[in-house]
Write a protein of this length. Structure first.
Length: 565
């Protein structure tokens, strides 16, 4: 690879600050702390997702400062800027949750806008929550300038009565309280102890899933996904990232050199082995789209046939990310997958080395640990992320089936046109064994915004119905969801998908082995119902949700807002 000249490593900033005619630009930058010498340095934007709206991001300002020190100490000039973030955990189950997936696009657009406008030569993006992480990655891919992503880090577990807690513990406690399995005092104790400080939700939920996927993709430094939010390791990770992006500039290594189809296959493999979130499917499709990489829903099926689920991590398992950190994080798992021939070792990474080179000296997990199973004793012999097709999902749906829920479910439909109606019926005892809860008009366009269904799924678990009922939706699920659930049903109900014509009492079957989602109503009756169906009026006609509903693609395409068709 040709080494660029000093001029080339300032390819973008030179257009902003070089020459007599750029004196006004330099004048503005003097005011924010630039010296004359700084105008000769490559400028690195530090995209910070800091805010006080969520524990996931409340510490990221200090991490951005550390990344800036790494840049400035390596002959670059760091410029910190912010983008938004929202809290899924706080907005879950409310109308506000409709903004969650929308925020991914706002974050991507805002980072692209700032970097493109300001002429930064490279980027360090620091994210620590479900949507800001893929939002950062979409922006980095679109910009295609030397860049590194840094994970803000996982939270430490809470504790009550010697039991480790996290945010899902609280959601499930609500269901337990509704079923009189605990009292108000116990619920309050769990509420106040579950979230002890800064960091992303502690299980293999969406944030830790995406952090692991981005590291496997090659866009984070080794171990970035497996460090506590408040730790010396995480501070050093940020400083190293700041220095490393200057090396990427010198070597002219861009995201398009790293985020190849093979790299996405590596990330999908690691997601499966870790038992990761269904949201990862949506986000990986969107990230691939941003880079022009052809990744489809069926690639998850193809890869998943050969990759076992090995990690006994929450929500379906016993352990949290903080405990995985103690035994080595995901690096030993990746080394085992590589040795097994399940990863592409020749993929380039942000270290400037290949994945295989990064993993060469990684030691195996300690003897006796039972968090990461062996290939001879997997939790599930193939993927827990099951892409379903059938007359209810002609363009696909995504189920999270670890095997603990069973592999098949047939029951009678209980139909709800929004999440709140379903939650009320679960909590008041109206949902009974054998029901298939159908929540529709919650897709990307219909919601709009494709809300996560953690409140109803946690209520199901809290009511003790986790193996007794199923739930299907054109919405999506939190990474903390477990149980027999199917989401991302496409086409969604709002655009005339078959979910729109399901009626109470209809028989629905879900088969994870044949990968089918079927409504057992004959074609003539389905056609008759469809003739009578009318698209509901849009729920929003102004503002960001209305714009999103107009632009967003199907969940089977990643729910992106810049698709060509």
């Amino acid at each position: 690879m040709a080494q660029p000249s000093d001029k080339n490593i300032r390819k973008f900033s030179s257009m902003v600050v070089n020459g007599m005619e750029r004196a006004p630009s330099r004048a503005m930058l003097h005011a924010v702390g630039f010296s004359d010498a700084d105008f000769q340095k490559p400028q690195i934007g530090i995209a910070s997702t800091w805010s006080m709206v969520t524990p996931c991001s409340m510490h990221i300002n200090t991490l951005a400062d550390a990344a800036a020190r790494g840049v400035d100490g390596s002959s670059g000039k760091a410029v910190i800027f912010n983008t938004i973030t929202i809290s899924d955990g706080i907005s879950m189950g409310t109308e506000g949750m409709k903004y969650s997936l929308v925020s991914r696009e706002v974050i991507a657009d805002s980072i692209e806008t700032v970097v493109g406008c300001q002429g930064f030569d490279g980027v360090v993006a620091i994210g620590g929550c479900d949507k800001n992480m893929p939002g950062c990655m979409i922006a980095l891919s679109r910009l295609n300038r030397p860049a590194i992503f840094v994970y803000g880090g996982t939270i430490l577990p809470g504790c009550h009565k010697d039991k480790k807690l996290d945010i899902v513990s609280v959601f499930e406690a609500v269901g337990a309280r509704a079923n009189d399995r605990i009292d108000d005092t116990e619920l309050h104790a769990i509420e106040t102890k579950a979230i002890p400080g800064a960091g992303s939700c502690g299980g293999m939920y969406t944030a830790n899933t995406m952090a692991s996927a981005i590291e496997a993709l090659g866009m984070s430094l080794p171990n970035s996904s497996a460090q506590a939010a408040i730790s010396e390791d995480k501070r050093l990770d940020c400083e190293r990232a700041g220095a490393a992006v200057l090396e990427l500039l010198k070597k002219d290594i861009k995201p398009s050199d790293i985020m190849t189809r093979e790299a996405f296959e590596n990330a999908i493999t690691v997601i499966i082995a870790l038992g990761g979130s269904t949201n990862a499917v949506l986000h990986m499709l969107a990230m691939a789209h941003a880079g022009g990489i052809d990744i489809q829903l069926d690639d998850f099926t193809r890869i998943g046939k050969n990759v076992p689920m090995l990690a006994d991590l929450k929500p379906s398992g016993r352990y949290q990310m903080a405990e995985l950190i103690e035994i080595g994080g995901i690096q030993p798992l990746m080394k085992a997958l590589l040795d097994r021939g399940l990863l592409h070792g020749d993929c380039l990474t942000v270290t400037g080395k290949t994945l295989a080179e990064n993993l060469a000296d990684v030691k195996p997990y300690p003897e006796g640990q039972d968090m990461i199973h062996s290939f001879d004793d997997p939790i599930k012999k193939d993927s827990h992320l099951v892409v379903l097709h059938g007359n209810l999902a002609t363009q696909g749906a995504v189920a999270k089936i670890t095997g603990k829920e069973g592999l098949r479910f047939t029951g009678a439909a209980r139909v709800f046109d929004c999440e709140e109606e379903a939650l009320h019926s679960i909590l008041d005892g109206s949902i009974v064994k054998g029901d298939v809860i159908v929540i529709r008009y919650e897709g990307p366009k219909g919601g709009p915004g494709m809300r996560e269904m953690l409140s109803p799924t946690s209520a199901v678990m809290g009511k003790g119905l986790g193996q007794e009922v199923a739930l299907i939706t054109d919405g999506r699920f939190s990474g903390g969801t477990h149980g027999f659930v199917v989401g991302h049903i496409t086409p969604e109900a709002y655009v005339g998908g078959a979910l729109a014509i399901v009626q109470d009492g209809d028989t629905i079957s879900i088969d994870a082995e044949s990968r089918e989602l079927q409504l057992h109503v004959n074609e003539h009756e389905m056609a008759r119902r469809m003739e009578r169906w009318h698209q509901p009026e849009p729920r929003y006609t102004r503002g960001v949700l209305a714009k999103y509903a107009k632009l967003v693609s199907s969940a089977s395409q990643g729910a992106v807002t810049d698709a060509l068709d």
